[in-house]
Design a protein around this ligand. Structure first.
Ligand code: COA
Length: 320
């Protein structure tokens, strides 16, 4: 049995913040942000939370798939920005949906979170352990940004994307994943410091810090290699693939990957212009946009790829 994506959903915060609005917060310009990243605006949570967006995205995906809550055997959420340390976002979604038959847990693989979740679901389905799963990528990164640091706060956005995955004769043909913890310091956000009756470090909030050039170099080398590896495993050539849906971090990274794969830019749809980088939410939100726009047809070969903090990366080749 293969694992097939049979429905998608997404949810974005109502408030959209254009680059021009950020010019009033930090020393930046619309022109700098657009030319270095392609980003024009991003959605920022005001009333929404990671869980509320994840639940909305999940409901849309279930409706799109025609799947009821009781049918879900597994719920996996890729997130680094859950509302609570515990219970997990996945358990909160389970409760909100009434998915009483599901096992639910979160994973932290940052911007590769959706791909890592999909990979776990793929293994569960192939082993025959489950039939139907919900995979979500959901983030409220705005709460983890230093809004005085122009090198990071202009890049990210909030939102959630979800997919229903079911056992089928068609679906995911190949998946590759990888991690490189040694280079993890290129993109970090510390959690609480050790602070208890025996040590007083004072609790300091920490924010996202990034060595942009290191992450850029990592992405343009690792992502095409992972995609090629996945296509090899699937026995599929790049020319046969209809769309490559990549993590929406930066238009220059996406263009560099397209060039390395010798494929036209039109095969690499983007929504980073209006969403920015939504970490684990990026890939499933883009997938849902494509699905809602009717751009995906049964039988199409699609590549999904994510990469980010960890460092982590994943790529999947699938039949729609
Ligand atoms: N507005 C204006 N200037 C800015 C700025 C901003 N928002 N952010 C940084 N700058 C400045 C820097 O301070 C630096 O100034 P200096 O030369 O006076 O020191 C200059 O712009 C160039 O900075 P640099 O970091 O070299 O820019 P870059 O061309 O590498 O672009 C990124 C920066 C972040 C866009 C780019 O490195 C990148 O996309 N990296 C990958 C990041 C990514 O994808 N992360 C997510 C992975 S999941």
């Amino acid at each position: 049995m293969l694992a097939r994506i049979i429905g998608t959903g997404s949810s974005l915060p109502e408030k959209a913040v254009a680059n021009q609005e950020l010019e009033t917060l930090v020393d930046t310009t619309d022109e700098w942000i657009k030319s270095r990243t392609g980003i024009e605006k991003r959605h920022i949570a005001v009333t929404e939370t990671t869980t509320s967006m994840a639940v909305e995205a999940a409901k849309h995906a279930m409706k799109n798939a025609g799947v009821k809550a009781e049918e879900l055997d597994l719920i996996i959420v890729g997130t680094v920005s859950g509302d609570m340390c515990f219970p997990s976002t996945a358990c909160q979604i389970q409760s909100a949906l009434g998915a009483k038959n599901a096992t639910a847990f979160d994973i932290n693989a940052a911007c590769a979170g959706f791909l890592f979740g999909l990979s776990i679901v793929d293994a569960y389905i192939k082993s025959g352990r489950i039939k139907t799963a919900l995979v979500v990528g959901a983030e409220t990164l705005s709460k983890m940004m230093d809004w005085k640091d122009r090198s990071t706060c202009v890049l990210f956005g909030d939102g959630a994307g979800a997919a229903i995955v079911k056992s089928s004769d068609e679906g995911i043909l190949a998946l590759v994943q990888g991690s490189d913890g040694v280079r993890g310091s290129a993109l970090t956000c510390h959690n609480r410091a050790v602070n208890n009756p025996y040590v007083d470090n004072g609790f300091k909030t920490d924010y996202t810090k990034m060595n942009g050039q290191e992450v850029y170099k990592f992405a343009v080398k690792t992502v095409p290699a992972a995609i090629m590896q996945a296509m090899d495993k699937a026995g599929v050539s790049a020319d046969q693939v209809k769309y490559f849906l990549l993590h929406q971090a930066n238009i220059r990274i996406i263009e560099a990957v397209a060039k390395k794969l010798n494929q036209p830019a039109e095969k690499f749809p983007t929504n980073l212009q209006e969403c920015g980088n939504i970490s684990a939410g990026s890939v499933p939100i883009l997938l849902d946009f494509m699905n809602q726009e009717g751009k995906l047809e049964r039988g199409d070969l699609i590549v999904l790829a994510g990469f980010g903090a960890g460092l982590t990366w994943g790529a999947a080749v699938l039949t729609w």
